[in-house]
Design a protein around this ligand. Structure first.
Ligand code: NAD
Length: 256
């Protein structure tokens, strides 16, 4: 379905980003990976799916590095047809204790990076009259949780940016939508499980169960593969007129 298209997925060396990259690669899209840590393993996993893969290690908190990454993608594959703004970090603390440096980093990586990548991707998408911008927001783009001020503010911002991007391009073949996952058991969430286990003297399994119990009626984690299939739907012809939605995959979190 996506043969000949190129997808750039930010923060795709791990977790949800890697899951979405694999789902798009299975549909034939060439992939530009980004993120920290081991890049060779993820590159090999994508290449094994029979598509071309490239990697750029831009720090998504830096506008100049995002510009270099977008230029690299255009130089390597011609243009970016599918942009998945996924890179993100978390920090948990009450507002009065929240380190200023963590606030700034979360706003830069979780929100401003999506603005920068989007503004740089749009001209080529509009010229081709086809494009898909998929913002990985969160259920925290729709509801709040205590001790997550920067994350919740950034993710609500991402949902707002999604709507404006969709509206500004509504008469073109470029769509923009957000994905709002509940709990997904990636390194980002495992850190929160570990903190809960230490604070409450629980085993890993007990802490995971408690985390789910607090928020998710399904008592199940959403998987990167499930989120990848939602991204594939947004890229399909059936997604042509899906514009500016924030689509939950949250085990019933926000239905309550
Ligand atoms: P993760 O920690 O597994 O992956 C995060 C990715 O972002 C990694 O590839 C990491 O290297 C990259 N990254 C971090 N800082 C970066 C930077 N400055 N520059 C470039 N890359 C950077 O986390 P994840 O759970 O897969 O999170 C992916 C996205 O999904 C995030 O935006 C997160 O907020 C969102 N999300 C996660 C959950 C969840 O339950 N895990 C739920 C809702 C939304």
């Amino acid at each position: 379905m996506l043969q000949g298209k190129t997808a750039l997925v930010t923060g795709s060396t791990s977790g949800i980003g890697l899951g979405i990259a694999k789902s798009l690669a299975k549909q034939g899209a060439n992939i530009v990976l980004n993120g920290f840590g081991d890049a060779e393993g993820p590159q090999a996993e994508i290449a094994a799916l029979g598509v071309k893969v490239a990697y750029h290690g831009a720090d998504m908190s830096q506008a100049s590095e995002i510009e270099a990454m977008m230029q690299f993608a255009a130089d390597t594959f011609g243009r970016v047809d599918i942009l998945v703004n996924n890179a993100g970090i978390q920090h948990v603390a009450k507002i009065e204790d929240f380190p200023i440096e963590r606030w700034d980093a979360i706003i830069a990586i979780n929100l401003s990076s999506a603005f920068h990548a989007t503004r740089l991707a749009l001209p080529a998408m509009k010229a081709a009259n086809w494009g898909r911008i998929i913002n990985v927001a969160s259920i925290h783009g729709l509801v709040g949780s205590a001790e997550k001020s920067a994350y919740v503010a950034a993710k609500h911002g991402v949902v707002g940016l999604t709507k404006v991007t969709a509206l500004e391009n509504a008469t073109t073949g470029v769509t923009c939508n957000a994905i709002c996952p509940g709990w997904v058991l990636t390194p980002l969430v495992q850190k929160q499980v570990d903190a809960k286990a230490v604070a409450m003297g629980l085993t890993n399994e007990e802490a995971k169960k408690l985390l789910l119990q607090e928020k998710e009626p399904s008592m199940q984690f959403t998987t990167p593969e499930e989120l990848g299939e939602l991204a594939v739907f947004f890229c399909s012809a059936a997604g042509n007129n899906v514009r500016g939605v924030a689509w939950n995959m949250d085990g019933g979190w926000t239905a309550q």
